[in-house]
Design a protein around this ligand. Structure first.
Ligand SMILES: [Zn+2]
Length: 396
């Protein structure tokens, strides 16, 4: 593979809050081989003109549920008319309606439904994304979802990090403790044996699972080599941040209702907060998660689209970043960091989220000139081109 150069970069965001100017990049064999003054580049290789735009590491979406079948537009309309997420869930809608459709779909159908969603994420600059199971809710259907994620890895450029979310909702017509037992005794060992997931996640909420169930499943998962993460404090306050810290979870996601003590505990535990402000908007919930307070408590804050059919039917990274600034108290540069280095840390992916010599060249070239310009054009993708391991995979 020949050398590729990116010249005429306006601002270069390399990670850890660092924005450089007057710099160029060269890429050899898919890796960053030069990062320095443009005058220091040799003449060989193809050139991409960044047009004076912002260049950043490939974006990382730390939380998605983008493998699913079915349609929940009717629920969206019900919410517009005043129904709440919990009311819809209690009537058998919500997650369980997606579960019914996903159980009926074949692996091939699920792959075909997910590919355009991944293409939309790529067009937003995403080169690494987490994807969860959780719409199967039987041993076979959860394994089917994880196999779909594995197949998707070979069919498109985004690196995928799979998560088992068997405790997403209580399956219909099944005793909840029986499902927890099945997950512990049958599903977890099979997922671990076939290495089908990196993370194990639990939705802790009044409508979902309890803190004790999460403790039991995440401890068992960790013993089998799966890393713990949690959906907590999303719809109601439940001391979920405290639970995530107690379990040394890698991430605590949502956190709209996290307590001050919980935020401090996350900071002390080194648990990454993954905020999903699109879902707060989409569910017509308040408050938004307090990203400012979390950062002030020493918590690393990441962002996600949370792409899913119920609470965020969108792949719009630009909207998530804009909301994080307008409603969660992050600065534009912090929002970009939350979609790069902090999200990579949330997924325990070493060589993503920053640009350093020798890293795989996952790079986004924006039309926007600066992080502030990214969010100023609210909800609009400012992406000009995306490189995955040095290969142009979107735009040009
Ligand atoms: Zn989620």
């Amino acid at each position: 593979m020949s050398q590729l150069q990116i010249r005429n970069i306006g601002q270069l965001f390399v990670g850890k809050g660092q924005v450089l100017t007057g710099q160029a990049l060269a890429i050899d064999h898919g890796r960053v081989s030069y990062l320095g003054a443009e005058g220091g580049l040799t003449a060989r290789g193809d050139v991409i003109d960044a047009g004076g735009g912002l260049v950043s590491p490939g974006l990382v979406d730390a939380h998605t549920h983008l493998v699913f079948a079915g349609d929940r537009a009717d629920e969206f309309a019900q919410r517009c008319a005043g129904a709440t997420y919990l009311e819809i869930a209690q009537k058998g809608g919500g997650i369980l309606s997606t579960v019914r459709a996903t159980q009926l779909a074949s692996e091939k159908e699920l792959v075909e439904l997910a590919l355009p969603r991944l293409a939309a994420l790529l067009a937003q600059g995403v080169t690494t994304a987490e994807v969860k199971s959780g719409y199967g809710l039987t041993v076979d259907d959860e394994l089917k979802m994880l196999r779909v994620i594995r197949r998707l890895q070979g069919l498109q450029p985004i690196s995928l990090v799979p998560t088992l979310l068997a405790l997403h909702a209580v399956p219909q017509g099944v005793d909840r403790s029986a499902w927890v037992r099945t997950v512990l005794t049958e599903l977890l060992p099979r997922v671990a044996q076939d290495k089908l997931a990196v993370f194990c996640d639990v939705f802790v909420e009044q409508s979902a699972f309890t803190a004790d169930e999460a403790r039991e499943v995440l401890r068992a998962a960790r013993a089998l080599g799966l890393l713990p993460r949690l959906h907590v404090d999303q719809l109601t306050p439940g001391k979920g941040a405290e639970l995530a810290a107690e379990l040394s979870a890698v991430t605590a996601d949502h956190l709209e209702h996290a307590s001050d003590a919980g935020m401090r505990a996350l900071g002390a535990a080194g648990t990454v907060a993954v905020l999903a402000p699109i879902s707060t908007l989409y569910l017509r919930q308040r408050p938004f998660a307090n990203g400012r307070k979390l950062r002030d408590a020493g918590v690393s804050v990441a962002l996600c689209t949370n792409c899913n059919p119920g609470s965020a039917m969108t792949e719009n990274v630009a909207l998530a970043m804009g909301l994080a600034c307008l409603e969660c108290g992050l600065t534009p540069l912090e929002a970009l960091e939350a979609f790069t280095g902090n999200a990579a840390h949330a997924l325990r992916v070493q060589h993503a989220g920053h640009l350093r010599l020798g890293d795989p060249a996952d790079v986004v070239i924006f039309k926007a000139k600066s992080p502030a310009h990214l969010v100023w054009h609210l909800g609009q993708s400012e992406v000009r081109a995306v490189l995955k391991a040095g290969k142009l995979v979107h735009g040009g």
